[in-house]
Design a protein around this ligand. Structure first.
Ligand SMILES: [Zn+2]
Length: 55
């Protein structure tokens, strides 16, 4: 049977199922949020590919 954490594939924890730890549950939540908003909320980057390029 496959009862491993979907994030790191370690054995699951009953407390944090289907994850192995709160950290992995957090990671999954982050992924979900990022996917839901499709916008990188953190890390403000200076490079903006959408800016009108001047070669
Ligand atoms: Zn895990």
């Amino acid at each position: 049977m496959s009862a491993s954490c979907p994030i790191c594939h370690k054995p699951r924890s009953v407390e944090y199922r289907p994850f192995c730890s709160r950290r992995c549950a957090d990671v999954d939540l982050q992924r979900w949020l990022v996917g839901a908003y499709a916008v990188p909320a953190e890390e403000e980057d200076e490079s903006r590919p959408d800016d009108s390029g001047e070669f």
